[in-house]
Write a protein that binds this ligand. Structure first.
Ligand code: SF4
Ligand code: SF4
Length: 506
């Protein structure tokens, strides 16, 4: 069986970009998007400067994170090792973009489905080499079958030292670089000055490459393409609404189970939880580039993908909320007792799967700590308790003081837990990865500094705790603390989503 790979001899690359153009022409790639391109980095200071070129394309990884996360199996591996994409099954969820550590997938604006290099599989089937290989004037791209001992690629790799992009991600890439320097292969090394050899970057492009304090004397990126940030406002909204839905449902059902038989807990809060879950579903579906295909996740679930699992958890949770409401309307306590724990379990799973899902988006090191999954569960309960306290105050509930006391204790414990996890995750937990360090730098000293300290920590944790400790539990302190907690959790969700994606991948 064949195993296709490519070696690129950077000593011979002259940065002519013919490969980029050939690829665009072969696959009709729209303006502003690329299956392959050539990045340029300058090293040294005048007059001792040198420009180096790095042609990049999909690595056809042996252990491909994009394939694992794809919820509909639109990304699949061919028998010859190529990671290919079936656009007919792509729902445009952008998870593969978040998972590829090499920035090698994009959404085609014409088809609204994902696009990536597949070594020109259409040409391979006609016994032709990939378009970028045949067009290269210096023959620096050597394509071949690693299983064939006589293949030119095997001879080159046997005799010349070579390396791959980001070996620490353990994806086993199949694009090998001869003479690739670290400044060229590691996107966090060169300085991003905002000035390219053609002139100043557009404001849009500048936003996608935040500047770090790299030494400009050492190396500077002088040509690059636009970098996608796949997840933003909709995903922040999804974290907020899904978390609140989970916390509200779990706490309401628990209070009902321990004996507070108010309709607030058995009926009105499950309705609110269902409404928030519906908003979550709406936000997720409208975030798809092919929203009309959302049900493909259920039809063709990839059980390696946490997104597929999450979709099932959310769907089943919605069904169980409906069953619960029917049972509550029929006043059938036996039935409610029967479905209580499955409903709580599904609600819990629909919350914490997000931690595993983000960790599966393995391009982003900030999302990899397992403490994030615990924090997502804690934040769900915290958001739910803060919102529930507000309704307990305005709704006629028997034993109101005791219920508020319980909610106050839940809020206190969850806030302390959330605060401790944030401190551990941001100040102590280190993976030894430069990309992770860079994300932390952005949070502590960069554009997210104010939102982190003022929003997530002071408003979201410190002030509510101080108010409860200083004044105690009363209507006023609940209303103030709950508002601040919801605000603080919004800031943290926003920082977590955005800062994770600000480090350049290619
Ligand atoms: S993870 Fe990226 S580089 Fe690897 S196969 Fe997928 S798209 Fe290609
Ligand atoms: S956009 Fe989503 S469905 Fe399409 S290939 Fe990527 S992960 Fe799969």
């Amino acid at each position: 069986m064949s195993k296709y790979a490519m070696a690129i001899d950077l000593r011979a690359c002259i940065g002519c970009h013919a490969c980029t153009i050939a690829c665009k022409s072969e696959h009709d790639i729209p303006i502003g998007t690329w299956r392959c391109w050539v990045k340029e980095v300058e090293k040294g200071t005048f007059p001792n400067t040198r420009r180096e070129f790095l042609p990049v394309l999909c690595n056809q990884c042996d252990d491909a994170p994009c394939q694992n996360i794809c919820p509909t199996k639109a990304l699949f591996r061919r028998n010859d090792g190529i990671v290919d994409l079936d656009p007919e099954w792509c729902i445009g969820c952008k998870s593969c973009i978040a998972a590829c550590p090499y920035d090698q997938i994009f959404i085609d604006p014409n088809t609204s489905t994902a696009e990536k290099c597949n070594f020109c599989s259409n040409r391979l089937e006609a016994d032709l080499e990939p378009a970028c290989v045949v067009v290269c004037p210096t023959e620096c791209r050597v394509f071949g079958d690693l299983e064939d001992p006589d293949a030119k690629i095997n001879k080159l790799l046997t005799h010349e030292p070579h390396n791959v992009r980001k070996p620490e991600y353990n994806t086993s890439p199949n694009i090998y670089y001869v003479n690739g320097s670290q400044q060229l292969l590691d996107p966090t090394k060169p300085m991003q000055s905002g000035i390219y050899k053609q002139g100043e970057m557009s404001e849009e492009l500048k936003q996608s490459v935040p500047e770090f304090k790299n030494d400009p004397q050492e190396s500077r990126t002088v040509y690059d393409t636009f970098h996608n940030i796949p997840w933003d406002k909709n995903i922040i909204t999804y974290l907020m609404t899904k978390g609140a839905s989970t916390g509200l449902l779990i706490l309401s059902l628990f209070l009902w189970w321990v004996g507070y038989k108010s309709s607030l807990f058995s009926f009105w809060m499950p309705i609110l939880s269902g409404v928030l879950l519906t908003v979550t579903g709406y936000v997720l579906i409208t975030d798809l580039k092919k929203p009309e295909r959302f049900y493909y996740i259920l039809l063709r679930s990839n059980w390696n993908s946490w997104m597929a699992w999450g979709t099932w958890f959310i769907t089943l949770k919605g069904i169980f909320i409906l069953l619960w409401l029917l049972g509550a309307m029929a006043d059938n306590n036996g039935f409610l007792d029967f479905i209580l724990w499955p409903t709580i379990l599904l609600s819990f799973l629909s919350s914490i799967y997000t931690g595993f899902f983000f960790a599966q988006a393995s391009a982003r090191d900030l999302w990899k700590g397992s403490e994030n999954t615990i924090d997502i569960g804690v934040l769900s309960i915290l958001k739910g308790a803060a919102i529930l306290a507000f309704f307990v105050i305005i709704f006629p509930v028997a034993d109101k003081a005791n219920v508020l006391n319980t909610l106050g204790n839940v809020i206190t414990v969850c806030t302390l837990l959330h605060f401790s996890i944030l401190m551990f995750s941001i100040l102590l937990h280190r993976f030894g990865s430069v990309a992770h360090e860079r994300s932390i730098e952005l949070i502590l000293k960069g554009p997210f500094k104010k939102e982190f300290w003022n929003g997530a920590i002071i408003a979201g944790c410190a002030v509510p705790m101080f108010i409860f400790w200083w004044i105690g539990y009363n209507y006023f302190t609940f209303l103030l603390s709950s508002t601040l907690i919801v605000l603080g959790s919004y800031y943290w969700d926003k920082i977590w989503v955005q800062a994770g994606q600000k480090v350049p991948l290619s």
